[in-house]
Design a protein around this ligand. Structure first.
Ligand code: CA2
Length: 144
């Protein structure tokens, strides 16, 4: 079983600012949690972060035919990117949306999730734990 974990713009800045919203741990700690979770579950994983919408679209397209599931936190592109939604629909790989913060209780402009429309499940407001839950969910969902 192979998963792709995608993180969108500014998530590489984790731990540097806004700790009340995103916590104190940095991006390297998030990557470690993902790699450790997947190793413990016998899952192959690629983790990719980009500040560029097209790079995320390219990565989703590149997963076609070689990846069983996608975990995606599109960050701000969640609320704007029909391109990421279309890419997820195009590859039709089961995807789970993750948000570190509780987006539902934040600003109006964060209330729409385009990527979420192509996802089988969403975890939000659980901090980094949301990524671990998403990985475990996909393992169960994919029956592997
Ligand atoms: O809660 C989430 O995971 C978000 O996807 C994070 C995005 C935000 O635009 C979404 O609405 C919700 C923002 C990521 C920016 O991360 C930062 C990290 C450190 C300092 C400032 C921002």
């Amino acid at each position: 079983m192979k998963l792709l974990v995608l993180n969108g713009p500014n998530l590489n800045m984790l731990g540097l600012r806004e700790p009340d919203i995103y916590g104190r741990q940095d991006y390297a700690a998030l990557e470690k949690l993902i790699y450790d979770t997947c190793a413990a579950e016998g899952i192959k994983v690629e983790v990719f972060q980009s500040n560029h919408e097209g790079a995320l679209v390219d990565k989703i397209q590149g997963a076609y035919g070689n990846t069983d599931g996608i975990v995606i936190n599109p960050a701000a592109y969640t609320h704007t990117s029909i391109a990421i939604l279309d890419a997820l629909k195009a590859v039709a790989i089961p995807a789970v949306e993750v948000h570190i913060s509780d987006v539902k209780s934040r600003e109006d402009f964060r209330q729409i999730s385009y990527a979420g429309k192509a996802c089988v499940k969403t975890y939000m407001g659980l901090g980094f734990e949301g990524y671990r839950r998403a990985i475990l969910f996909l393992k169960e969902y994919l029956g592997k």
